[in-house]
Every structure is written in structure tokens, then in C-alpha cells.
Design a protein around this ligand. Structure first.
Ligand code: NAP
Length: 544
């Protein structure tokens, strides 16, 4: 492990070694900038470094969920499965880091604890948990939307004497569940993946479910080598198609509204989507996130599928999500999740009718009694979108912190920059399409945008860049206007911040689709950076 950044003056600090961070390090190094990069984890991989729980797997096709910026990486790396498992994803990160020689720029096992804008010297002072401070002209927060896992707000966690496991901080050694009584709290994407895996191994599995999720069959498969060879020949076109699709991937999309076709044709299309697997269903009709009635038809179709699988009708009923639109919570993909509940060793505990009261020395106490457990797994989610930047002090102009700025909710211009925080950039920020489109495509878009801004500044001898208050206000007005049209705000999720106590609530993600987001990003450059204020020395200067 390298530890050579202390006391340095660099051009640019990068925080994070996930998709955004690694590409940022590559891009800015190729531009000739001096870089110092920090990562709290012990190695590259971001969320895939931490999430080593059994069954962890990406829910976008691996081909899509990979970098497009390096033809070498595209040609030399070969995906083995349609939806890659965590070990394969981590191997990919390591391959990229080695192939492009990125690791040497990183200091791992190092958490940034403070970043302060020095108004006089026009630079960022970045402090780490090792007590070192580094100075940088620019700071790129590639901290990701899902990097701060959270424990459930249940009393007594510390009193538990069994083995407590957290999905987002999973041990690096294999965990054996054989012969054990295991409990899982949380039934989002993570919990579902864990349940279907641990259910096969544990002696007994107790699933503590508060809100059921809609989940659809992943139908993962090994990739045929001929198909992969074909993909490698056509990567350029595939990437271009992905960049122009609303979700930033090549998942099927349509121009067909739900009620534009007959009921029998709808049923046929939904059955086809169910058989085809993955997130096909979301792309089968255009209006599933805007037309409540259409949405409910699809939700009822999925509820019907639960009846078709789960033999015990009481359990089936409890597993059926109700009271929020399908796809408003991140849709989950599974491999036999509902079937798991037909196993005699698996029990569903409905925490709505039988709420968790406390965690005890021996297990979990719900209103109806105590369940003793050898192992307890938390799959209770993240302080999403904003958590990484509010977890430490990021101090901009006039001593204002990001925490203060985001007290009423995250705000920025394009999810890339904030007024009052000069020369500070975010990738996959909370007011871009972050969780709603392919994070790899967004990361590449964002890093390229930042590179353009830095090049522009170098070309014009500018010292600082910062969006105007008006640009930020206008962007947030657009974000909120679009959000009001979307059903995404109608569920309690990490998208809207309801999963974290006292967090500002509301949908601040850009819901206009990835191509439109890219257009706004491009326009902010093409219009001569008129939405930004620049300084040369201490003086504000016109953009171009
Ligand atoms: P999540 O979707 O936020 O789910 C957290 C779960 O914990 C919810 O079921 C929640 O119930 C439950 N929970 C929290 N506190 C609780 C309490 N006190 N008592 C009972 N239940 C409690 O988190 P996640 O599953 O980690 O997923 C987060 C995101 O990660 C996903 O949306 C997805 O974007 C990403 N992810 C992706 C993949 C993939 O690519 N396949 C896999 C895993 C995760 P309530 O809803 O009732 O609060």
C-alpha cells in the first residue's frame, strides 16, 4: 500500500476508487495533471469492494456496466455472464487498475475527513484520517451514490451476542451458514440477493420484511463466446446506442404507451418481458413511471406471478407489494427469490403486522416474541445520493459546509458543481440521473465534462470556476418540475431520502433521461460557460 500523498501540493485530488474515481484518475493523468487519490477501502472497486455478501450481482448487463473509454480494456476483458457476480466485477476493477496503471496514484485505507476551500490561496485543503493534509487546485468527489451503509434504527444492536453481518461491509473471508439459524433484516435489492442464497445453506432462515419489493426474474446466463466476440467487434455502436438511451444502456426501450394496445396484447407483452428477464418490463411501455393506472396494471401482473410461485397463500399475500407504484423503488432482479419461501427452512416475518421491537442478546424481538439467531444480517440500505458528502466536512466559501447547503435537500448545477464551492466537482452527483441510469455511462460523461472545464480554464488562464446561483436555481427548478411528473416520488425510498431519519425528503434526481442530461451538460459548455463565474487572481472574469 502506498502512502506518499502527505504534504503534497497537487493539481487535483480524487476521492473514491469506484467507476467515477478510476476514470477520473486515468483521464486527468493523461491530461498531465498531478493527482493524489484517496480511497477508504483497501483497494479499487467502490461499492463492489465492500459488498461481498453471498449472491451479490449487478442488475444491469455486464456488457453495459463497463467502461467505454478504453478500447484496450474493452477488447482485453471478457465478461463471462450476462449479469456479473461481485467477484467478477471486482476482478474487472483490478484488471482496469492494472492495465492502465492506476493503482499507484491511490492511497488506500484512507478516508478523507475534511476538505476546506482556501479563499486566499484559491485551493482545496484536503485532510485524511491519517492526519495528513494535501493541497489541490481541484477536488473531484467520486464518492458514489451508495457508499454510506446504514444500520437499522432498532434499539439493542450492541447487545447482540451472535454474529452480526452487514451487507455493505461484508467480511473478506467466506461465511458458512450451514447448521445456523440466520436472520436477515431488509428486503431491498441486497436483502433479496442474500435471502435466495442463504436460504439454500442455512438450517433456518428468518426474513424480516417491512416493505416487500417488486422483484422480477434476472434469468442470468453464461455469455456465448460468439456473442462476446460480436460485441467486441461492435462496441463503438453499442456504446453510442447506450449513450442515447434513457437508461444509459442497451436494454430494450419502446415508444408504446400502455393503453395504446389491447388488453390481450399488453398481457402478451408483459409475459414476454417476464420470460425475457432482467429489467425488460420497465422498457416495455413508455408510461410506467408516469401513468398511475398503467403502473397498477403491471404491479398486479407481478403480484399474480407471486401467487403462481409461492404455495402458501398467506405468505404469498405478505410478499405482495402494495401501496406504492412498481418501479418507484428500484426494481429488483432475482434468481428464485419467491421460490425460497416454499422451502421448509425459510420463514417470512412481516414487520408491518409484527414490528421489530428490539435486538436482544440472542436475536430479534418482534411484538409477538423473540426469534433466537446464530447470525443476523443487516441489508438495511444506504444514506444514498448525498451521504458520502455529508459524512464529513466539505467547507466552501464563507465557511459554508455541504451539510448546511443541503439542509433542505441536495442542490447543485447538473449534479456536477455547487455554487459556493469553487473548483469542486462531483461525479454521479445527487441532482443528475445518478440512480436512474447506468452509473458507468454517467461517470464517464461527468469526468469528461470536468476535463473540458479544466481544459477551458487552463486555456484561458482562469483560477476558479463555480456555477452561478441562477444556474443552480434554474437547474433545481427543472429537476423538481420533472420529478413532479414522475411516480418515483410516490414510494418511500433512498431515492427520496425517507430511509434516513431527519434527512431532507424529496426527489432531487434528474428524471429526464440520460440523453437529455447529456444535452444539458453539453449545452453548459457550448454556450461558452455562461452559467459559471470564473476568477483570475482575485477578479471575476467573463467565461470565454
Ligand atoms: P434498500 O433498497 O434501501 O433496502 C433496505 C431494506 O431495509 C428495506 O427493505 C427496508 O425496509 C429495510 N429496513 C431498513 N430499516 C429497517 C428496520 N428498522 N426494520 C425493518 N426493515 C428495515 O437498500 P439495498 O437493498 O441495499 O439497496 C440499495 C440500492 O443498492 C438498490 O436500490 C440498488 O440500486 C443497489 N443494489 C443493486 C444491486 C444490484 O445491482 N443487483 C444489488 C444490491 C443493491 P423499508 O423499505 O420498509 O424501510
Amino acid at each position: 500500500m502506498k502512502n506518499g500523498n502527505a504534504g503534497q501540493r497537487v493539481d487535483l485530488v480524487v476521492v473514491g476508487a469506484g467507476f467515477g474515481g478510476l476514470y477520473a484518475v486515468y483521464k486527468f493523468r493523461e491530461m498531465g495533471l498531478r493527482i493524489a487519490a484517496f480511497e477508504a477501502g483497501g483497494d479499487v472497486g467502490g461499492v463492489w469492494y465492500w459488498n461481498r455478501y453471498p449472491g451479490a450481482r449487478v442488475d444491469l448487463p455486464s456488457i453495459d456496466y463497463s467502461y467505454s473509454f478504453s478500447p484496450e480494456v474493452e477488447q482485453e476483458w471478457t465478461w463471462s455472464e450476462e449479469f456479473a457476480s461481485q467477484p467478477e466485477l471486482l476482478a474487472y476493477f483490478n484488471f482496469v487498475a492494472d492495465r492502465l496503471d492506476l493503482r499507484k496514484h491511490y492511497q488506500f485505507n484512507t478516508r478523507v475527513t475534511r476538505a476546506v476551500w482556501d479563499e486566499v490561496r484559491k485551493l482545496w485543503k484536503v485532510t485524511t484520517d491519517r492526519g495528513e493534509t494535501i493541497e489541490a487546485t481541484y477536488c473531484v468527489m467520486a464518492t458514489g451514490p451508495l457508499s454510506i451503509p446504514r444500520d437499522p434504527e432498532i434499539p439493542g444492536i450492541d447487545s447482540y451476542k451472535g454474529q452480526l453481518l452487514r451487507a455493505g461491509k461484508w467480511p473478506h473471508h467466506p461465511v458458512d451458514f450451514t447448521g445456523k439459524r440466520v436472520g436477515v433484516i431488509g428486503t431491498g435489492s441486497t436483502g433479496i440477493q442474500i435471502v435466495q442464497e442463504v436460504g439454500r445453506q442455512a438450517d433456518e432462515l428468518f426474513v424480516f420484511q417491512r416493505t416487500p419489493s417488486f422483484t422480477m426474474p434476472m434469468r442470468n446466463q453464461k455469455l456465448d463466446p460468439d456473442y462476446v466476440a460480436d460485441v467486441k467487434r461492435n462496441y463503438a455502436g453499442i456504446r453510442e446506442a447506450a449513450r442515447n438511451s434513457p437508461n444509459g444502456g442497451v436494454r430494450p426501450w419502446t415508444t408504446r404507451a400502455f393503453f395504446s394496445v389491447t388488453p390481450s396484447r399488453r398481457r402478451e407483452l408483459l409475459e414476454d418481458a417476464w420470460k425475457s428477464g432482467g429489467l425488460t418490463m420497465l422498457g416495455t411501455f413508455t408510461d410506467l413511471l408516469s401513468n398511475e393506472e398503467a403502473n397498477e396494471h403491471v404491479a398486479e401482473f407481478v403480484r399474480g406471478k407471486i401467487d403462481g410461485v409461492v404455495t402458501d397463500s398467506v405468505t404469498a399475500e405478505k410478499l405482495k407489494p402494495r401501496g406504492y407504484p412498481i418501479f418507484a423503488r428500484r426494481p429488483c432482479l432475482d434468481t428464485g427469490y419467491y421460490e425460497t419461501f416454499n422451502q421448509p427452512n425459510v420463514r417470512l416475518i412481516d414487520c408491518v403486522t409484527d414490528p421489530i421491537v428490539e435486538i436482544t442478546e440472542h436475536g430479534v424481538r418482534t411484538q409477538s416474541g423473540e426469534t433466537e439467531l446464530d447470525m443476523l444480517i443487516f441489508a438495511t440500505g444506504y444514506d444514498g445520493l448525498t451521504g458520502a458528502l455529508t459524512a464529513f466536512d466539505v467547507v466552501g466559501r464563507n465557511g459554508c459546509t455541504v451539510n448546511e447547503k443541503w439542509k433542505e435537500g441536495a442542490r447543485s448545477y447538473l449534479g456536477l458543481m455547487m455554487e459556493g464551492f469553487p473548483n469542486l466537482f462531483m461525479t454521479t452527483g445527487p441532482n443528475g440521473p445518478a440512480a436512474l441510469a447506468n452509473i458507468v455511462r454517467i461517470s464517464e460523461n461527468d469526468v469528461d465534462w470536468i476535463a473540458n472545464a479544466i481544459t477551458h480554464m487552463a486555456d484561458h488562464g482562469l483560477d476558479t470556476i463555480e456555477p452561478t446561483r441562477k444556474a443552480e436555481d434554474d437547474w433545481m427548478a427543472l429537476v423538481l418540475k420533472l420529478a413532479q411528473r414522475s411516480l418515483l416520488s410516490k414510494a418511500k425510498t433512498w431515492y427520496v431520502g425517507t430511509n434516513v431519519k431527519d434527512k431532507a425528503q424529496g426527489l432531487t434526481l434528474f428524471t429526464g433521461g440520460f440523453p437529455r442530461y447529456r444535452e444539458y451538460c453539453a449545452a453548459a459548455i457550448q454556450n461558452g460557460y455562461r452559467d459559471f463565474v470564473f476568477e483570475r487572481g482575485r477578479k471575476p472574469v467573463a467565461a470565454a
